[in-house]
Design a protein around this ligand. Structure first.
Ligand code: C2E
Ligand code: MG
Ligand code: MG
Length: 680
């Protein structure tokens, strides 16, 4: 009979000596010999603790009923089995079983060893401790020990570890896990035992609108479907993760072939752009992708992620729904942008801004009926910087709010000094439009200047509808409530959804200059588009302004097509505030025509080789014909010409920036960023 077994089976009334074993050392009431046993039984019955005992040969002669039951459930017979037959070490210790055996053979105590069933028939695990016990004459009699169940603790630890590594919504790897995977992939790449790695950063287009309009539950369901489609699109060799929000990351270990990556990116964009069906609603989103390759674009995770991010930024700037590879210029641009942002922060306080005013002329009478205020920045070292360059920076940095307020106040003050028949148009950025404070800012500018609300016209672009939220509608109502006019700027360049025209309370549509330019040229469809826009506007009771009219013959066309207003360099450069009053007084507010008479500069045929470069790639192209505005080139150069892409082309010994307008059958049409002089 063993130490524990005899006591627990009640066959021995012997009082344990202080040296005998772990149980004997417990604090016990000496006047009640039955008490320790009661305590042990109650301990065994509750909680997760249990006891065991072996004989001299290591065979179990006692095991608490609870564990014996669990072993029986797992199909294990306890009777006559050795402790080491039933249990083996689990966890970190590789040679665990030997260690347990070792202790038993060496008759040495051990503590808190993590064990599991040697047969693997259950996933339970326990912690056990044991010590040898010796009888009165010092003879080794076996081991006595205790144990406790670790299963729940280990399960919750595993769950915590899983949560720490996986995104609970989509089941994809999370940011931490992806970072680890990227570090590992790059580590192997650097060790020379692994092929290069491609990193793709994805951002969903229009996801915010879905979340805002259809609710977070729909947004969550959408993200789950995106995760599934994305995983399917990239295949098994890729690692896919969600970084949070609508940002996803894909790691392609061993991939560096750009054509293959083009295909992968395109497959992702196509897969994610198909409509989704979520609890009966049809939802459409898009996706932009930035790609960086290791080791070409960086060999540590931080650089690679930053560069993929810059490429993603560029993909979004290029109209979204596209993918871009990282290029060095992107980093340079980002740095330039940062400098610009820092300078912009002080431009207002340092009085570096001023406004110029471009006349809005009625087509019927040819009279100035208003002005559009245009912001100008005179940079102390860089000189004049175009709003096309700095407004987006101001928007991203949040500075547009302050700057926009200054523009509103200044333009209103100028308008208040002009005859009451003259209106003032002010551009309002979508960022300003999204701020609930805009109506207050407008009201304040009107009150301070004393300008009547109906003389102020706010120009808004289609992008304010991107959000499609109730807040947009609310803002329209608030502004109309003040009494200001609203015009839709750059119409036709945005998101080509006409739905909003039904409900948004516009007074005017401004037809973008890209439709006006070249409308006179034979074969151009622009005139037909302008006509269609005018018809639409007439039906809705809206005025129309043709923007960017440069040539005098275009005015005739615009009038014939029925536009109510004209605006453009045909009336000269925009004017400074102090010139306006005089302009309005002279010749009955009829502006002078200074633009060229005929629309287009003639083309010159030439066959000449020219160096071209797209990003860091260089080649040559053959110029077929050229005008002051652009050129047609043969593009069998090994350089990829993409519509909308920017290239540098050497003309008359100077590198000129140009945008690719069209590409067909090995030829491309280029439009120069700045008119060039033809000297042949
Ligand atoms: P926009 O509101 O469409 O303004 C018209 C732009 O076209 C102005 O460029 C104007 O100078 C230019 N333009 C006018 N007539 C002609 C023409 O005949 N030919 C050509 N080639 N261009 C013409 P600008 O001043 O460089 O402004 C560009 C854009 O910057 C504006 O486009 C507007 O979106 C933004 N912007 C300008 N001022 C402000 C402002 O105060 N606040 C905000 N948020 N945006 C502004
Ligand atoms: Mg405008
Ligand atoms: Mg415009």
């Amino acid at each position: 009979m063993g130490f524990l077994s005899s006591r627990l089976s009640g066959t021995s009334g012997r009082k344990p000596s202080a040296t005998e074993g772990p149980v004997a050392n417990a604090g016990i009431a000496l006047d009640d010999p039955g008490q320790p046993l009661r305590l042990i039984r109650s301990f065994e019955a509750q909680g997760s603790g249990w006891f065991w005992e072996t004989d001299r040969a290591g065979k179990l002669i006692y095991l608490s009923g609870k564990v014996a039951g669990q072993l029986a459930d797992a199909g294990e017979q306890v009777a006559g089995r050795a402790l080491t037959e039933l249990f083996e070490m689990s966890g970190a210790s590789e040679n665990g079983e030997r260690t347990l055996n070792f202790h038993l053979h060496a008759r040495a105590s051990f503590e808190d060893y993590e064990v599991r069933l040697a047969s693997g028939s259950s996933d339970r695990c326990w912690s056990i401790s044991g010590r040898p016990w010796f009888d009165e004459i010092g003879q080794f009699r076996g081991f006595v020990g205790s144990g406790c169940d670790l299963t729940d603790k280990r399960r919750s630890e595993a769950e915590i570890a899983r949560l720490a590594m996986f995104d609970s919504l989509t089941g994809l790897a999370n940011r931490a896990r992806m970072h680890l995977s990227l570090t590992q992939a790059l580590g192997r790449a650097n060790a020379g035992t692994y092929r290069p790695t491609a990193l793709l950063l994805l951002d969903l287009d229009r996801f915010k609108a879905v979340n805002d309009t259809l609710g977070h539950q729909t947004g969550d369901a959408l993200l789950q479907q995106v995760a599934q489609r994305l995983t399917r699109a990239v295949g098994d060799s890729a690692l896919v993760g969600r970084l949070g929000g609508d940002e996803f990351k894909v790691i392609l270990p061993g991939e560096s072939n750009r054509e293959k990556l083009d295909e992968v990116a395109q497959a992702i964009i196509t897969a994610l752009s198909h409509p989704y069906s979520i609890s009966g609603a049809r939802v459409s989103i898009g996706c932009s992708i930035g790609i960086a390759l290791a080791p070409e674009h960086g060999d540590d995770p931080e650089t690679l992620v930053r560069n993929a991010d810059l490429a993603l930024y560029s993909a979004k700037a290029d109209g979204r729904g596209v993918h871009r590879f990282y290029r060095e210029e992107m980093l340079v641009q980002a740095q330039t942008r940062k400098v610009l942002e820092d300078d912009l922060r002080y431009a207002l306080t340092l009085n570096q801004f001023h406004l110029v005013y471009q006349p809005l002329v009625s087509t019927s009478e040819g009279k100035i009926v208003g002005y559009e205020a245009l912001l100008r920045w005179n940079h102390p070292t860089r000189g004049k910087i175009s709003p096309v360059e700095f407004i987006p920076v101001a928007e991203e940095s949040g500075l547009i709010e302050q700057i926009g307020e200054w523009v509103l106040r200044t333009a209103c003050a100028t308008a208040a000094s002009l005859p009451v028949s003259v209106r003032m148009a002010v551009n309002v950025s979508p960022i300003q439009f999204a701020k609930p404070s805009l109506p207050t800012v407008v009201t304040r500018a009107l009150a301070e200047s004393g300008l009547e609300a109906q003389r102020l016209e706010l120009e808004i672009t289609e992008s304010v509808f991107l959000d499609g939220s109730a807040a947009t509608e609310h803002m329209f109502r608030a502004l109309k409530g003040i009494g200001v006019r609203l015009s839709l700027d750059d119409f036709g360049t945005g998101y080509s959804s006409l739905g909003y025209l039904r409900s948004a309370p516009f007074d005017k549509i401004k037809i973008d200059q890209s439709f006006v330019r070249g409308a006179k040229i034979e074969g151009s469809r622009n005139a037909a588009i302008i006509k269609a826009i005018v018809t639409l506007a007439d039906t809705l009771g809206l005025e129309t302004t043709a923007e960017g009219v440069e040539a005098q013959d275009e005015i005739e066309l615009i009038r014939a097509l029925g536009c109510s207003h004209v605006q453009g360099f045909v009336y000269g450069e925009p004017r400074l505030a102090d010139a306006l009053a005089a302009d309005l007084e002279s010749q009955g507010a009829m502006p002078q025509l200074v633009g060229v008479k005929v629309t287009r500069s003639p083309r010159v045929t030439m066959l000449r080789s020219a160096a071209v470069s797209v990003g860091s790639r260089k080649g040559t192209a053959r110029i077929r014909n050229i005008s002051t505005d652009g050129a047609m080139v043969d593009c069998h150069t090994g350089i990829e010409f993409r519509v909308g892409g920017e290239i540098l082309i050497e003309v008359f010994g100077e590198a000129r920036g140009a945008t690719v307008q069209w590409v067909t059958e090995g030829r491309a049409g280029l439009r120069f960023a700045q008119k060039i002089e033809l000297k042949q």
